[in-house]
Ligand binder design. Structure first.
Ligand code: GLP
Length: 239
C-alpha cells in the first residue's frame, strides 16, 4: 500500500501512530528499527508518548538494521548511540532487549549467526521500519545486493558515505558497515517504509515502478505481501 501524505510531519505522525497501536495491542512485540534522518521525528513522537506513560516498551524486543564497522557502542555517530539518544533513554525497555549489530566484530560469519540467531530466538520481526537511500538502498544493502542476502559486512557506496558524512567530525564516514540482508528484511511479517523529500523521488519511483532488480535494492520489497509505504508529496513527485 502506498500512502502519499501532505508533509514529512504527517508521514511521521502516521508512522508513530501505527507503531504505537501495534505495540499497545501487542500485535508487535519484536520491532526492526532504522536510523537516519527520516525516522527521527517518529522516535521523537514515540518518546513523548513513552515519557507521558501512554506507551510502554516493557516486553518489547528490537533489532536495528545496521551499524558502521569499527564504531564502538559509545561512539557518538554509532547507530547504537543514535537509538539510545533518540528513543531508548526515554523508554522502559529492558536494555538486554534492544539490539544493534556489533560494529566491532570483524568476522562476517560470526556477525550473521549471532544476530540472525537472536532474531529467530525472539520469534522473528513483527514490524520492520525502513527508510530508503537516494540510491535505493535499504538498511545498508547497496545497489547490486542480492535479494536473498543475509546479515553481513558490506562496503558502503561512495554516495552513501557522502550523504552521511555530516555525522562524523572529520567528515569521513566509515568504509564498511554491518547490515541485515535483503533476505533478512523480507522475513519481517510487516514492513513500513518512510520516504520524504525530493532527494528520495527517483529511488521511490525505481522501487515502485522500475525493474524488480538488485540495481534498486528496495524493489525487492515488491516481493513482500505486507508493505506500507508512507511518503510526502515531494518524494512522490516522480510517481
Ligand atoms: C542510511 C541508513 C538507512 C536509511 C537511509 C536513508 O544510510 N543505513 O537505514 O534508511 O540511509 O537515510 P535518511 O533517512 O537520513 O535519508
Amino acid at each position: 500500500m502506498l500512502l502519499v501524505l501532505p508533509s514529512p510531519e504527517a508521514v511521521a505522525r502516521q508512522a508513530a501512530g501505527h507503531i504505537a497501536d501495534l505495540i499497545r495491542s501487542r500485535r508487535a512485540r519484536v520491532l526492526g528499527l532504522a536510523t537516519g534522518r527520516t525516522p527521527l521525528r517518529v522516535y521523537e513522537l514515540l518518546s513523548a508518548e513513552l515519557r507521558a506513560g501512554r506507551l510502554s516498551l516493557a516486553g518489547v524486543t528490537t533489532f536495528n538494521l545496521d551499524e558502521y564497522q569499527g564504531l564502538g557502542p559509545d561512539h557518538p555517530a554509532s547507530f547504537r548511540s543514535y537509538m539510545e539518544q533518540h528513543l531508548f533513554r526515554h523508554s522502559d525497555i529492558d536494555p538486554a532487549h534492544w539490539h544493534v549489530p556489533d560494529g566491532m566484530n570483524l568476522d562476517g560469519d560470526a556477525v550473521r549467526s549471532h544476530y540472525e540467531g537472536l532474531i529467530v530466538a525472539a520469534g522473528g520481526i513483527d514490524l520492520q521500519l525502513l527508510g530508503i537511500g537516494a540510491n535505493g538502498h535499504i538498511g545498508f544493502n547497496e545497489p547490486l545486493s542480492a535479494f536473498d542476502s543475509r546479515t553481513r559486512i558490506v562496503r558502503l557506496a561512495p554516495e552513501t558515505r557522502e550523504a552521511n558524512s555530516d555525522e562524523f567530525s572529520d567528515g569521513r564516514t566509515p568504509e564498511r558497515a554491518i547490515t541485515m540482508g535483503i533476505g533478512t528484511i523480507l522475513e519481517a511479517r510487516e514492513i513500513l517504509l518512510l520516504a520524504c523529500g525530493a532527494a528520495k523521488g527517483e529511488a521511490l519511483a525505481a522501487m515502485i515502478a522500475g525493474p524488480l532488480h538488485p540495481s534498486c535494492p528496495a524493489s525487492a520489497l515488491r516481493l513482500h505481501p505486507q508493505v506500507t509505504v508512507l511518503c510526502d508529496h515531494e518524494a512522490a513527485a516522480g510517481l
